[in-house]
Write a protein that binds this ligand. Structure first.
Ligand code: GLA
Ligand code: ZN
Length: 673
């Protein structure tokens, strides 16, 4: 794999000059403004297919060469895009098979973005041809430092070609119809398949009730998207083996298994659009931080912040402006969590069509005398001063499990609640872990567990083969494992484990979960700890029996009052905790406040106030105040990277304030990436 190795922090954004080809004055002005804003990296040509191949087989690449030349002369590098995210109209008109088919069998009209079949050989041929043309012409252009392929891959196609590919995928996975029928439990409701041709993707006018089928389809969608990505990247990798390949990924996106997708990329890149200014700033900031930790963890490498808005978006229900200070703080937040670039959508506001009121660095007014431009300039000033952080990793010793396949299975599960609140639950653990001031990786069931001292795996409903054994080995080897209801219910095909839940984790957790009660949103139970503290909980309550585990808390209400709701099983050199319900924040704060020191994980900052985040990259700590109010923080010992001041005592952080500190001691957890 080719690495993304930038000699500087990337700063820039989506540059779509194909909108302005009749305005050379604007293109010239763009270069002046880019330099003025401290921009050095542009993503060029993302949806430019109509301008690159206006008629079938007729390529018009000269304008792009002109743009790349001008950028290079100005010292600006480029992620060169492939245009497959949107097709020209001539293609849909002449080759309708490139268009997507919906689950009900109707073919889409031309329009929108994406909207392409990921199996169609015709589409793949066109994509490879234009990508080859781009690579041949610009692969050695000195401005180009990487490939930005397509844009935010998502969606699925249910056409006959895709059904064929799905059947081939199933044959490969199951071998025989007998094996498939067993795995999907088709004996129930007379669903037995007797011919491969009977298999069809899930559809509201057909089969949606076989969970194994639904899961297999979601796996296929990832498989086929990755196959498409590999095909799309093939000419690029052949002609430009030194240029790293990425595509931009989305917040909390569940349509694809990003751990699988990331394997097809050289580096991860991410589009971040938090709802700053809406609701609690802390929650918004935590959501953003979670996504950044996820992106960095996908490849265990720094990532690119490929898109963010310098002011507002145009697609939130209500599009708030970033308040003063928020642009710098939110950009630093990405850097603090592992971004080696800060990029925007888009450089210059469109004059017309769908994104004309989406924030951009250069507004319709056309000059630099705007608040947004000054905010971008401030980031442009700051990034070069953080060079020591470039390429560094946090060396996290704790990890949170966020497994795409488990999420799919749990979301599709019927009972004991329609909404199991998987994402909220994972984020509630994230929040409590981050409140302890530690660095955190986001992992899935396939990741290595070796480097962690603590793994929190809330709602690990589905355990793929070997995961129970691997988690058991992790605990026996000294790790701390935290599981929560509902854990260990089904295998990789959504077949329930027989012989008592939590299935393969029953012995390491030392409990048996006999039944699970579901609570309405306005219902609560209570949790009483052995030392008499009381907390509340909701959503789901497992009725568990301790089988070797020690009970740490019991339910206070309902007919199961007195039964255990938090347990710990000491096993080998480690401990396995089970939280049988969904506790409120106060419990999780106290819980992780106890077990993180037990697991010998050193925080970046101790005693963080609410809304303040602390992370570390290499030997540099970032302390960011998202609380919306002034805050006081006990700074770690070191040197302020921006002021040179020696740090150590209590410091005041203003609203949206931050400190960046080169740490005196590396601490037990720090390491350079
Ligand atoms: C996405 C897309 C961009 C643009 C932005 C707007 O991230 O990749 O092309 O539409 O949203 O926020
Ligand atoms: Zn298709």
């Amino acid at each position: 794999m080719t690495e993304l190795k930038l000699p500087f922090f990337g700063h820039g954004g989506d540059y779509n000059p194909d909108q302005w080809l009749d305005r050379p004055d604007i293109l010239e002005e763009d270069i002046r403004l880019m330099k003025l804003a401290g921009c050095n990296l542009m993503s060029v040509g993302i949806f430019a297919w109509s301008a690159l191949e206006p008629e079938e087989g007729h390529f018009t690449l000269d304008w792009l060469e002109g743009v790349l030349d001008r950028l290079h002369e100005a010292g600006i590098s480029v992620f060169l895009a492939t245009p497959s995210g949107a097709r020209p109209a001539w293609m849909s008109q002449r080759y309708p098979e490139v268009l997507r088919v919906r689950p009900d069998g109707t073919r889409n009209l031309h329009g929108g973005r994406h909207n392409h079949c990921f199996t169609s050989p015709v589409y793949r041929r066109f994509v490879q041809r234009i990508n080859r043309a781009l690579a041949e012409r610009f692969g050695k252009h000195p401005a180009v430092v990487g490939w930005h392929i397509s844009n935010e891959y998502s969606g699925e196609c249910h056409c006959a070609l895709c059904q064929g590919a799905f059947r081939a995928f199933l044959k490969d996975r199951y071998g025989t119809l007998d094996a498939l029928n067993h795995a999907w439990w088709t004996g129930f409701w007379s669903k037995t398949y007797t011919d491969w041709e009977q298999l069809h993707s899930p559809s509201p006018i057909g089969e949606e009730s076989i969970h194994g089928l639904n899961l297999a389809w979601k796996r296929f969608v990832t498989h086929q998207t990755v196959d498409f990505i590999r095909a799309e990247a093939e000419p690029l990798r052949a002609l430009t083996p030194n240029l790293p390949v990425t595509t931009n990924l989305m917040e909390m996106f569940g349509g694809l298994n990003y751990y699988e997708l990331a394997a097809a990329l050289d580096f991860a890149s991410f589009d971040s659009y938090p709802r700053w200014g809406h609701g609690e700033a802390e929650q918004t900031a935590l959501g953003a931080a979670f996504n950044y930790d996820w992106m960095r963890s996908l490849k265990q490498k720094p990532f690119a912040l490929m898109e963010s808005t310098p002011s507002q978006v145009n697609w939130h229900e209500v599009c708030k402006l970033k308040k003063p200070g928020m642009h710098v703080l939110s950009s630093l937040q990405a850097v603090a969590h592992g971004a080696d670039t800060v990029q925007y959508f888009q450089w210059r506001k469109s004059r017309g069509a769908s994104e004309k009121f989406h924030g951009a660095v250069v507004d319709h007014v056309g000059h630099e005398h705007t608040r947004t431009f000054r905010d971008v300039q401030a980031v442009g000033d700051l990034l070069p001063r953080l060079k020591e952080v470039l390429g560094a990793m946090p060396g996290a010793k704790a990890a949170l499990m966020f497994d795409a396949e488990n999420r799919w299975a749990l979301e599709d599960c019927q009972g004991p609640r329609r909404d199991m609140r998987h994402d909220e639950t994972v984020l509630s653990h994230y929040r409590a872990l981050k409140r302890q001031g530690i660095d955190l990786d986001i992992i899935d069931e396939t990741c290595s567990f070796d480097k962690y001292r603590l793994i929190a795996a809330p709602m690990l409903y589905m355990l793929r083969p070997g995961v129970g054994r691997r988690l058991e080995a992790f605990v026996r080897g000294g790790g701390t494992l935290v599981c929560s209801c509902p854990t260990g219910r089904v295998d990789e095909d959504d077949l329930c484990f027989l012989g008592g839940f939590p299935g393969p984790l029953r012995s390491i957790l030392g409990i048996w979960a006999e039944e699970t009660d579901a609570l309405y949103d306005d219902e609560r139970n209570g949790m009483r700890t052995a030392d008499g503290r009381v907390y509340t909980c909701g959503t789901l309550c497992d009725l568990i029996h301790a089988e070797g585990a020690e009970t740490l808390a019991t339910y206070t209400d309902d007919f199961y009052a007195g039964m255990p709701c938090v347990t710990v099983n000491r096993c080998g050199a480690g401990r396995a905790y089970y939280i049988a319900t969904c506790p409120d924040a106060a419990f999780l704060d106290d819980f992780y406040g106890t077990i993180i020191p037990e697991a010998s994980i050193t925080p970046v900052v101790c005693g963080l106030p609410e809304g303040v985040q602390a992370t570390r990259r290499g030997n540099t700590a970032f302390i960011l105040n998202f609380s919306g109010t002034a805050a006081e923080v006990a700074l770690p010992q070191g040197v302020d990277v921006l002021t040179g001041e020696i740090t150590g005592g209590i410091a005041a952080l203003p609203v949206n304030g931050y400190r960046i500190i080169r740490l005196k001691s590396k601490g037990v957890d720090a390491q350079n990436g």
